[in-house]
Design a protein around this ligand. Sequence first.
Ligand code: ARG
Length: 584
Amino acid sequence: MLTHIKSSLGNHIKKTIDSVYLGTVSLGSIEIEKNLELPKSLQHGHLAFPVFAMSKLLKKAPPLIAKELAEKLLGHETPYTRDAIEKVSPVGGYVNVFFKDRYLQQHLLKNVTADTAQLGFSQTGKDKTLVIDYSSPNVAKPMSIGHLRATVIGQAIRNLAVTQGYRVIGINHLGDWGSQFGKMAWALEHWGSEYPLKEKPFESLYKMYVRFHEEESTNQELATKGAEYFRRLENGDTHIHKIWEDIRKISIEEYQRLYDLLGVKFELVQGEAFYNSHLKPTVERIRKAGILEESQGAQVVFVGEDRPPCIIMKSDGASLYATRDIASAIYRHEVLKGDEILYVVGVDQILHFQQVFEVLKKMGFEWAQSCHHIAFGMYRFKDIGRMSTRKGNVVFMEDVIERAIGFVEKLIEEKNPELKNKTEVAQKVGVGAIIFNDLMNDRIKNVDFDWDRVLDFEGDSGPYVQYCVVRCKSILKKYEEKTGNTVSFQMPTALSSDEERALMLNLLNYADTLSAAYRQYKPNILSTYLLDLCKSFNHFYHKHKILSGENQDEMLSRLALVRITQTFLEKGLGVLGIQAPEQM
Ligand code: ARG
């Protein structure tokens, strides 16, 4: 959208420079386009072109060049200058360009009417595949708040990739292998009858998990049993394997409930166990690459002075988390044909991924450069410190979501008890609040979790954006009920107040926002944009009487702007994985 506006302006600037400076300044139109900036305030212009690079080439002061260029840009009339440009003004080292309201409006309209389902989409990722690993909880344990981050950040990045034209393969890399499954199998076999496994399968499972780890610390025999059962599992004992399958199934069913609530989807559920048959060949390939060395009885790859070596095989022949991730990357490249391979995992695993990617590089895989650890910070609650599932001192994802929904239910009872579909609204708003609160932070930073902020309808929050959508909808509904007509996207007249222009320019920035958010794998770029959009909509809404204007054309144009804003906000929220209710 703004991209198109930028590239047309870039072209015009290029042509002008070429004809004025006759080859002494060689700037490509792409380069010019890249340099175009959004001025701080709309009073200064809609796009600004800095002339500092030209000033160096021409050995002339920037303000002089800006003045010269500004004049020449409107020097002779072309269809472009006639239709697009309102005014050009030099300010210091910048040439500031103002566009005609009509021109902005037409661009906006072209985009919103083309294909609403693909609003703001680009083709950058066409014919490319993104493989993205997210959520990836550890079987038999409830998902923690850390997994909430891994889930919603992953889902948002995958949705962003879709807007950029990528084919996306989302993978839930379950932690479904390791010595803890020997323990769980033993516990299920010996303690299973003491728990209501039929009625509350997952809860029972987790209770046994906690109990085993507690008793194990004082009872050496348990530890031995756990190890023995895991060995049997690894050796293909069908009885233990069946128990393992049950544990996995119960866990997946439990997670699915939360995924449904969050609207999260995967193409593949391939946990660590999936790579069992890949391990031997993987170790062989590492050996063949000549980088496998023995160290303290284990097989390792050295990955640089400043990092510990990556252990590939323990002295007893057991494989490790890293071995599986080396195998996972190879699979995702060779079989799934991933052009970009992302791992959405907490920042505490930074070393793990550095080691894994370094091993891949040392194996000679150039594509290792397209593997990225999409790291994120931790949640910080006022009362609870770092989380650890083992000790049972954890914040569970489900509790946080349920609590948010509960809060919203209470709010509805207090403020709007007559509301229709209360349960559905509470769910959308509660879940939306949690997701937005997560995604509005730069992912690498820790999130200070504060209930007051999460549900602050007037502050920077999910409900604030949702409320803006509801406000748009209610304006449109009022008009439609009064007149029996539906509001279209068409604007019969040019809207030219500052608030309207600001809102339109903001809307025009949607597509660029999507690509920037994807390029940097940062959903918060989109969240911040949506907050800004709401703010500029609210300025417009408070300044103009949308439904009681005297001029019919003006009213219809404003209504169209309301509908366009609603569409952008809803689409944008959708990319973040959030739905807006009809009313709230
Ligand atoms: N199960 C791991 C955890 O909960 C995350 C796995 C992430 N994915 C991966 N391929 N390592 O910490």
